[in-house]
Ligand binder design. Structure first.
Ligand code: ZN
Length: 419
């Protein structure tokens, strides 16, 4: 059965325009949950809108998570699917006083953002705009991000729920709705109650281009290299002082430059990346992030940094080093490869809607990578958000409408295939 429902032209967009005006920026320097109390402002609105629709178990918990269930309307035993989006916006760019603008019927022209005319969206910088001719593009006004990452996903899930309630002829199992705080600072699932969620698997709705479906992320470790030097009074240091600062600097210059660096890699290539350094003559510390899609290669990259460290230290008698590696997240493909139906049905939903599916891997992580390892296999489907974390962020109304239909069709196909 193909889907025959009209997404009223502006309903998902209306929701989106409302949500982006609520400041929900997260804060990596806070140690509270959620990291900023204002994220709950949006959570409370979502809960009251869900309750108004008749979703009676919708609630916001003390950590800022919104949980809700659209109950099954099927006689069959359908798996419980979770649709998940995050409510916070990136700390990299202001999210306060967002003034969204709808540029109707885009015809390829430059889009100038009125509050800072230096901010211009051009097709040369945003090649995905070429596929948006005739669509309605939403941007911010030039001084803030838009927040399509991930309020597009929030609005799409909300509108899918509304439409499913309006169309009881579309059969589906229990659908769990989850909105998380603090995804942008890597804490999106820290306080998630996975037992309470009680879903079989999920889809995060936080992807970019129309049709994208992502089942692969980086595997990620953090690595700290601590170097002990030899400190002597500088007036009497000839032949006996070995500055940890200089050793650290030398180590950094020995890192590969034309490979294994973020600025030299793309696609499936991994990297080692120093992100912070501090030090005295006595001791210096370099913080790295290590990334690869393959866990064995990840370990090989770590060994390479260790080898460079050892070789560097050889020239400095009396100096030593220590390396600490901590796991950050793992490639969700390791989990998802055992559940091919989850991706296959996502792809089938898009094909039924005439959307060309784009299988992608993400050079980063998502809530989904951590959820997958918590027992909730969870690929990422498109929300339509583009150029996120910056002032030129944009999304189109038509892509959001297609994401709504994709969510509905995924739920519908799982019901059809159940017995
Ligand atoms: Zn996001």
């Amino acid at each position: 059965m193909t889907l025959k429902i009209e997404t009223q032209k502006f309903s998902v967009a209306d929701r989106f325009l409302e949500y982006v005006q609520i400041d929900t920026q997260s804060d990596p320097y806070s140690d509270t949950y959620p990291s900023t109390g204002k994220q709950k402002d949006l959570g409370r609105i979502l809960v009251s809108q869900l309750l108004e629709m008749g979703i009676s178990d919708a609630h916001l918990d003390e950590y800022g998570y919104v949980y809700a269930t659209l109950p099954s309307n099927s006689e069959k035993k359908v798996p419980v699917i979770c649709f998940c989006a995050h409510m916070d916006t990136s700390p990299d760019c202001s999210g306060s006083g967002v003034k969204p603008i709808v540029h109707q019927n885009y015809q390829g022209e430059d889009i100038v953002l009125p509050d800072d005319p230096g901010q211009v969206l051009r097709q040369s910088d945003h090649p995905d705009l070429k596929k948006q001719i005739g669509n309605d593009i939403i941007t911010a006004s030039g001084t803030t991000l838009l927040g399509a990452d991930n309020k597009a996903g929030v609005a799409e899930i909300m509108d899918a729920v509304r439409l499913l309630l309006l169309h009881p002829e579309i059969k589906h199992g229990d659908i769990r709705i989850l909105f998380t705080p603090d995804e942008e600072i890597g804490r999106g699932v820290d306080k998630l109650d996975i037992a309470k969620l009680n879903a079989d698997f999920g889809y995060t709705v936080d992807g970019e281009t129309l049709g994208s479906i992502e089942d692969e992320t980086f595997s990620a470790d953090a690595m700290t290299v601590r170097i002990k030097g030899v400190s002597v009074h500088p007036g009497f240091a000839k032949g006996s002082m070995y500055s940890a600062i200089k050793i650290a600097a030398e180590l950094l210059t020995r890192l590969p430059k034309d490979r294994l660096a973020p600025e030299a890699t793309s696609g499936k290539e991994g990297f080692v990346h120093p992100v912070a350094i501090q030090g005295t003559v006595e001791e210096a510390q370099i913080q790295f992030i290590i990334r690869d899609f393959d866990d064995q290669k990840l370990v090989a990259h770590e060994e390479e940094v260790e080898n460079i460290t050892r070789e560097t230290l050889q020239d400095y008698p009396g100096c030593s080093y220590q390396i600490v590696v901590t796991e950050q997240y793992r490639n969700m493909k390791n989990v998802l490869k055992d559940f091919p139906d989850i991706i296959d049905i996502g792809v089938e939903a898009m094909q039924r809607l005439g959307i060309e599916p784009i299988r992608r891997s993400i050079r980063g992580g998502t809530d989904g990578s951590r959820l997958s390892f918590m027992g909730l296999p969870c690929p990422n489907i498109f929300a339509g958000e583009h150029a996120f974390h910056g002032k030129q962020e944009w999304v189109s109304v038509q892509d959001m409408q297609k994401a709504v239909l994709t969510i509905i069709t995924i739920a519908q196909i799982w019901e059809e295939k159940a017995s």
